[in-house]
Design a protein around this ligand. Structure first.
Ligand code: ATR
Length: 278
């Protein structure tokens, strides 16, 4: 008897913008795996029912995107340490009929940087702009990587303070948003996690004058691929890493768990994800 096709999906609301089907679809084809990955629009009030029905519908798991990542925590049967720490689930694996939630954004962020740069070259001092969900994953990733000094600066300072308090680690400092330009003086790594610079959003107002030219600069935004921040940083000689790689790398653990093969993030995959619908 042939093995049944393995099924996975991304659940979001809305979900049509998600690039995950294209990404997983590419790998399924490339590795010649009999499986499928679809986008399913699920309204928040239907999230629990939909997630709980996944095992009986034959799904091996799913990804979660906005606005479901936080709400999913309460629906999982098991949650791994990273998802618990981040307070968000983006990958669900069905194991023995149970829903196991994890968060691969931390992994995706770090793997993207490591694919392009040797982190030990960047002095282990970082400045994070923003204090939302993405900043939480980035902060946790940098703490795990052993960064010794991490500055968070956010328009709403109380949010940055809450984030620092959540991790309760003396390597974290909070700096007022009005002092963000000067805070760059110590940075070996600068990460933008705000929505500023995203297509259709206001620009990020930030002077790079104090930033050492040997600092690495990355943006979690990948639309546009080269954000104005990355453009300016690159023009003054900083090495830059765009945010698309984070999306690609965060997909790896889910694909491996659902389809049984660890896929590679290659230039061809990048091109495919960028080409269609950029
Ligand atoms: P995500 O979960 O994707 O990180 P979010 O929680 O909405 O999204 O966070 C967006 C980030 O962009 C926040 O740090 C937000 O700052 P506030 O906490 O002050 O809202 C930041 N941001 C959005 N618009 C901004 C603006 N016009 N100026 C400065 N920061 C902005």
């Amino acid at each position: 008897m042939p093995t049944p096709n393995k099924k996975a999906a991304v659940l979001g609301y809305p979900v049509h913008h998600s690039r995950s089907p294209r990404l997983h679809g590419y790998w399924l084809k490339y590795y010649n795996i009999a499986g499928s990955y679809e986008a399913i629009e699920v309204a928040p009030e239907n999230l629990a029912t939909t997630l709980k029905s996944l095992p009986e519908k034959g799904f091996t798991g799913c990804n979660l995107t906005l606005p479901h990542k936080e709400a999913a925590l309460a629906i999982m049967d098991e949650i791994d340490a990273t998802a618990r720490m981040i307070g968000a689930v983006n990958t669900v694996v069905v194991r023995g009929g149970k829903l196991c939630g994890s968060n691969s954004d931390v992994y995706g962020f770090i793997q993207n940087l490591k694919q392009h740069a040797r982190l030990s070259d960047y002095a282990h001092k970082a400045v994070i702009l923003g204090a939302g969900g993405a900043a939480r994953a980035v902060l946790y990733a940098l703490l795990q990587e052993g960064f010794g000094d991490i500055t968070i600066t956010n328009r709403t300072q109380a949010r940055a303070q809450d984030l620092a308090a959540h991790f309760a680690d003396n390597r974290i400092r909070v700096v007022g948003w009005e002092r963000r330009d000067a805070s760059l003086e110590v940075a070996g790594l600068l990460v933008n996690t705000t929505s500023l610079g995203l297509s259709g959003q206001p620009p990020l107002e930030l002077s790079l004058a104090a930033l050492p030219t040997k600092a690495l600069v990355t943006d979690i935004i990948y639309s546009p691929l080269i954000t104005p921040l990355l453009q300016r940083a690159s023009e003054r000689g900083n090495k830059v890493v765009d945010g698309l790689g984070m999306l690609l790398h965060q997909a790896v653990p889910g694909f491996e768990a659902w389809f049984g093969l660890r896929p590679e993030v290659t230039p061809e995959l990048r091109a495919v994800v960028l080409r269609e619908g950029a």
